[in-house]
Design a protein around this ligand. Structure first.
Ligand code: AMP
Length: 924
């Protein structure tokens, strides 16, 4: 094992790893022993194995190894080299593949792909070698033929990257699919013609828009035309394989083309949009290249429902939304393995490498709470991001798709000027996804015929590229020439196709033959449309029913041994249900969930610590101390109950919240909750809050009933754990787009959560949820209060204070109320009343007016908050407060001074500030 022999043994070992049959019996028997000796997996790195060899040598069997080395030299040596050559192509063939239609990529010379690197030469071309696992359908082949075959398979229009996958079955599966047809299957005439029709449509659509609406932004697909036949074949193949729905997410590039040529949007509707017409029913509306669409698509396996997700300009953010939407559809269909709904996300080359949310979605892709059976990810790689094209500016990796390797996804780079190769890898990718339930990536290497949009001048920034593009024939011409040369079509057939397509556009008719009116989507939103927030909520339940639910909530099998603190909490909870103790927050919240599932409604809750609760209050998921198994009492409420899923989520805010937005917009019959670990962390998902939650209905008419639980409250925890940034949510309030609530009692959280799903209205619910109130002795309720079944948007004074004596009315929300109450009670003060605004938006003017009636003589009104003056509700809701107080009264502010930071970091300063604001509010 010393000196030169070591490298030789390693090489044989590599060949053995790839295919044990490819090495001689003697070697095999030695290698077979290795993993068993020291427990190393068969596919361990050879450096580890080398160390093992060294260890072995120390132990004594060195003699055997040395003998075997001598025996194997000679005939076996070249055989091993041939197997290494095969392996080299599998690993690195993509680096020599013909991927760039423009021929601009500078490919490095890969020595591993040369015969000489393996000490082989053309002189060996006639020698027949065993092929090991090379899946071409024969055991052996002359080297010359093999070399050609390797180049065809791995260095043609497809660059396959899959050898980073550690799972042998997956690698073998891909090898079988690629090598058996040398990455170039024979397509029948019909498929070829359909592919050509797709290219005719892609090109025809852009040319038509370009001539009818010159200079208008359309984010043309031109250069990436293959996307159209690609998607159509993908959907057809999905339907043939049993899929019932395909959900697509894509940015603006090529979107109009996909809308018309794949989803079958009526072109006349699109042309009207270009001409400035719009849907009067939408508030704000959106630009046409953000629009979503739904239709059905006929496939040999039956109709497939298509949904193109609406999305904003923020690239890549639609991916988790699509995944969430798919998960909702799968859940509704009771499909656990992802087979009935296929997510397809379409990325940009700069964006997939640049945007962190992509990483978050890859990380989610195999987790319990977020998996969807794999996503087919297509990159429209036009080799430029807006005006940034040099790879040293856009990324630090060779390929834009390298991010996908984090989940060992196979990546198929494909030259988009070879549409048959595109269709081949597309079907291969979908089959991989369906077989292994994992993500897969197709890198559609293409170009962008125009600038970022049609008004842009690309030569200003990409001169050489655009000189090439100008001379480059359009994909339709290239493929039409190929099919003409093959005799599949004649020149006049192509002219007719082009003419027919244009005529169809002129007539404004749907141009997708497979288009069908929608029947396959599985949810009806009509019951949820058109409701105002004032729609009544009657959530009353009997106390007996609550007790029955509570008992189930506190039951778990004897085999589940609880940790002592959890046990104490459950004992307390039992006492609360029995009426022996007042109910706390955790008990009321769990009762809300129990009552919702009991009614047959689904609950889905995710957040970084949702099972337990960040602050140890929920304990919806019990962890058995004996065996670490988990038990969820909420799953055992009744035989006919709705499903409940509570997952501790991946450590993400952006993708996790976007996923839940996607889920909620696809499933109205669900109490869907995303919980932040601390409320301020939600600002990591600001794009989701801004682009989807607050504005999705106004822009796209899409309802969403997602609840955000955002722990909020000033308890001296410093700048990052105090504020859920209430002001940001309030600033986005308009058009009754969502609800912002600050519940202050267990009965309020119980009814707020139930109201969210019992009422037919579906609007996001933003909750400033508590931290210290979870255990506050005054923040308690009775079962009777829960049973009342009303959420009080405003809570009036609870102490017996004579209105005639009142000199000041203090309005507030959240935890500060209890501090004020405590201080006022201690001071036995009777001239100030405390009014809690539990729903800050939509502002409950009528309820507040009713509660304020007895205080119309009062001139001194105060808004008290814990947040600094520039934050919290003071500025954003002040106009509502002014409207609520009597004419001529004064409204003042009691709270922290304006501050750049949400909270101070020093507990002593926090305490001083807190005392000062309470004094301000209460001292007259
Ligand atoms: P989809 O399954 O997403 O294609 O939706 C099918 C149809 O259901 C759409 O065309 C809409 O009419 C309706 N729909 C879907 N999602 C929503 C939503 N979030 N809000 C309102 N209507 C929706």
């Amino acid at each position: 094992m010393a000196g030169g022999n070591a490298a030789y043994v390693e090489e044989i070992y590599e060949a053995y790893l790839d295919d044990p049959q490819s090495v001689s019996e003697e070697w095999r028997s030695i290698f077979d022993q290795l993993p068993k000796l020291n427990g190393v997996e068969l596919e361990a790195k050879h450096s580890q194995i080398r160390d093992q060899f060294r260890d072995l040598a120390k132990l004594g069997p060195m003699g055997r190894v040395a003998k075997a080395v001598t025996a194997a030299t000679g005939g076996d040596e070249k055989q091993v080299k041939v197997l290494q050559l095969i392996n080299a192509y599998r690993f690195r063939g993509h680096q020599h593949a013909n991927l760039d239609p423009l021929g601009l990529w500078k490919q490095e010379r890969v020595r591993d792909l040369e015969l000489s690197h393996h000490e082989l030469s053309e002189a060996d071309f006639d020698t027949v070698y065993k092929l090991g696992s090379f899946a071409i359908g024969q055991d052996s082949m002359a080297l010359g033929e093999l070399f050609k075959s390797l180049n065809r398979t791995y260095c043609g229009s497809i660059g396959a990257e899959y050898m980073h996958i550690t799972n042998t079955e997956q690698k073998r599966w891909i090898q079988q699919r690629l090598e058996s047809v040398q990455a170039k299957p024979e397509f029948d005439r019909e498929t070829k013609v359909n592919i050509l029709k797709g290219l005719v449509a892609a090109d025809g659509m852009e040319k038509y828009l370009g001539s009818k609406f010159p200079g208008a932004k359309r984010f043309s697909l031109e250069g990436g035309d293959a996307l159209i036949p690609m998607l159509k074949q993908l959907i057809g193949h999905a339907g043939t394989n049993g899929a019932k729905e395909v959900v697509i997410g894509m940015a603006h590039r090529g979107r109009l083309n996909v809308l018309v040529n794949v989803l079958g949007k009526n072109p006349s509707v699109l042309f009207d949009e270009f001409a400035g017409k719009h849907d009067e029913s939408l508030g704000a509306g959106d630009v046409k290249y953000h629009a979503g669409y739904s239709s059905d698509f006929a496939t040999p396996g039956g109709n497939v429902h298509l949904a193109l997700a609406f999305n904003p300009s923020h690239l890549e953010i639609v991916n988790p939304v699509v995944m969430g939407s798919v998960r909702a559809r799968l859940d509704r269909r009771g499909c656990k393995d992802g087979s009935s709904v296929v997510p397809v996300t379409i990325h940009g080359d700069s964006a997939i490498a640049g945007q962190g949310v992509v990483q978050e979605t890859f990380n989610m892709s195999q987790t319990r709470g977020f998996k969807v059976g794999g996503t087919v990810r297509i990159v429209i790689n036009n080799q430029v991001g807006f005006t940034t094209s040099k790879t040293e500016d856009t990324r630090s990796t060779q390929y834009c798709t390298d991010i996908a390797k984090m989940v060992q996804a196979p990546i198929f780079h494909v030259n988009s000027d070879d549409p048959e190769a595109v269709v081949f890898v597309t079907k291969l990718a979908l089959d991989y996804r369906n077989t292994f339930k994992r993500d897969v990536v197709i890198d559609l290497v293409c170009y962008r015929r125009h600038g970022h949009n049609e008004a842009d001048e690309p030569n200003a920034t990409q001169p050489l590229m655009y000189q090439k593009i100008k001379k480059h024939p359009v994909p339709r011409e290239i493929y039409a020439d190929q099919l003409t040369a093959e005799g599949v079509v004649q020149g006049h057939d192509v002219d007719k196709m082009v003419g027919d397509y244009r005529a169809a556009l002129d007539h404004g008719a749907c141009v997708v033959e497979e288009w069908r009116p929608m029947t396959e989507h599985s949810v009806d939103w009509s019951a949820y449309l058109g409701h105002e927030w004032t729609v009544p909520y009657d959530g009353s339940l009997t106390v007996d029913k609550l007790r029955e639910l509570g008992e189930k909530l506190c039951s778990y099998p004897d085999s589940v041994k609880l940790q002592s603190r959890v046990n104490k909490l459950y004992e307390d909870r039992k006492a609360m249900i029995a009426g022996e103790k007042p109910l706390d927050w955790g008990c009321a919240e769990n009762l809300a969930y129990a009552s919702v599932v009991e009614a047959g409604t689904r609950i889905r809750m995710t957040g970084q610590d949702s099972g337990r609760g960040t602050f140890f209050h929920r304990h919806a998921v019990l962890h058995n101390q004996k065996d670490a198994s988990t038990y969820m009492p909420l799953e055992h409420i009744s035989d006919s109950q709705g499903p409940i899923e509570i997952y501790d989520s991946v450590l993400s805010e952006e993708a996790a919240m976007a996923f839940e937005y996607g889920y909620s917009t696809a499933e109205p019959d669900c109490l869907n909750i995303w919980e932040a670990q601390f409320g301020d962390f939600a600002n990591g998902a600001q794009v989701v809050i801004d682009q989807f939650l607050s504005s999705g209905e106004a822009k796209w008419g899409r309802l969403c009933g997602l609840t955000l639980l955002l722990p909020h409250g000033y308890e001296g925890q410093g700048p990052e754990h105090s504020s859920a940034r209430l002001e940001r949510f309030l600033q986005l309030c308009a058009d009754h787009n969502w609800q912002v609530c600050v519940p202050s009692t267990p009965a309020q959280v119980f009814n707020m959560l139930r109201r969210q799903v019992v009422r037919p209205m579906r609007k996001p619910l933003i909750v400033m949820s508590p931290k210290s109130l979870l255990r506050h002795p005054m923040a308690v309720s009775s079962l009777e209060e829960l049973a009342e079944g009303t959420f009080k948007n405003v809570i009036g004074e609870i102490d017996d204070i004579n209105p005639a004596n009142v000199k000041r009315v203090v309005m507030c929300s959240g935890k500060v109320y209890y501090d004020l109450l405590d201080q006022r009670r201690k001071a036995e003060q009777t001239d100030v009343v405390l009014i809690r605004i539990e729903q800050l938006y939509p502002f409950p003017h009528e309820e507040l007016a009713e509660i304020l009636k007895p205080y119309q003589h009062v001139k001194d009104w105060v808004w008290c908050q814990e947040e600094p003056q520039n934050q919290g509700a003071w500025y954003c809701s002040q106009h509502h407060f002014w409207q609520a107080i009597p004419d001529g009264a004064k409204l003042s502010y009691a709270g922290r001074s304006a501050s750049a930071s949400p909270a101070v970091g020093y507990l002593s300063v926090h305490n001083q500030q807190q005392k000062a604001l309470l004094d301000d509010a209460l001292s007259i």
